[in-house]
Design a protein around this ligand. Structure first.
Ligand code: BTN
Length: 258
């Protein structure tokens, strides 16, 4: 990661950067750094994490070789709209990966809200967390991207992948720093667009790379679950689809469990 500063072409995102050889969780460090005064754009990276956290209390396997990064942002949107931040981050990750690995272009898909899949296996995940100090909202956007690893713990062996595994053996795997610089450049543009237009500014581009037309099990709003044929993602970032009985359903990202 030492070469990140010379590769990075952002205006403000990642310009203040802490890198750690080892860390519990880059999100935890970024949240603590916010308390200590870190401003919008601050970036925390680590070579590995020993308490990497995923969504819904899961762990995030974090050995050497992959990207573990968290950025501090201060989104200029009302708190109830901040959930869609994870969706625009997914789009930035998608665009960064496909710019660095053009041969993967038609294979990388976003599974709503923010899982990055290649051939249905997860290559990256995003964990957004917010912190309030008075009326000011800081958000920490953390993402893990599997770059170089070629083996996974047994529990992930059938559901995870990496750029190294997906690129043909004749295609060199880009370095972590190059991939991260590219993702951060896309993310900076998406964040500026999000402040201006909310998710609606990114919606068409998101829909173009999202997995749609599939059945998903989602909360039914009454404590149970229901299968939904997903057909779109709305202007506010909610998933929409139709149940077998023809009922139209909306699901906010905060309500989804898988
Ligand atoms: C998920 O898909 O469950 C989200 C995974 C998010 C993992 C990243 S790795 C960098 C940052 N630090 C963490 O502890 N988690 C996020």
């Amino acid at each position: 990661m030492h070469d990140l500063p010379e590769l990075l072409q952002t205006k403000w995102l990642g310009r203040v950067h802490e890198h750690h050889a080892e860390l519990g969780s880059t999100n935890d460090r970024a949240l603590a750094w916010v308390k200590e005064g870190a401003g919008a754009g601050a970036l925390v990276t680590a070579d590995c994490q020993h308490e990497g956290r995923g969504r819904l209390g899961r762990t995030w396997s974090s050995p050497l070789g992959d990207i573990y990064a968290s950025v501090v942002v201060q989104p200029a949107v009302p708190a109830e709209r901040v959930g869609a931040l994870a969706l625009v981050t997914a789009l930035a990750l998608h665009d960064g990966i496909t710019e660095m690995c053009p041969t993967l272009k038609d294979r990388v898909r976003i599974k709503w809200p923010n899982d990055m899949l290649i051939a249905r296996r997860k290559v990256a995940g995003i964990l957004c967390e917010t912190k309030y100090q008075g009326s000011r909202m800081d958000a920490v956007i953390g993402f893990g991207l599997n770059v170089a690893r070629t083996t996974f713990p047994a529990s992930l062996a059938n559901s995870a992948t990496s750029l190294a595994l997906e690129l043909a053996s004749t295609t060199p795997v880009p370095t972590r720093a190059r991939v991260l610089a590219c993702v951060l450049e896309h993310l900076e543009r998406e964040l500026e667009c999000f402040d201006r237009d909310g998710f609606s500014g990114a919606r068409a581009r998101y829909l173009a790379v999202a997995l749609l037309g599939e059945s998903r099990s989602v909360p039914d709003g009454r404590g149970g679950r229901v299968d939904v044929l997903v057909d779109t993602v709305a202007e506010d970032g909610a998933l929409e689809g139709v149940t077998r009985s023809g009922q139209r359903i909306r699901v906010r990202s905060a309500d989804i469990e898988s």
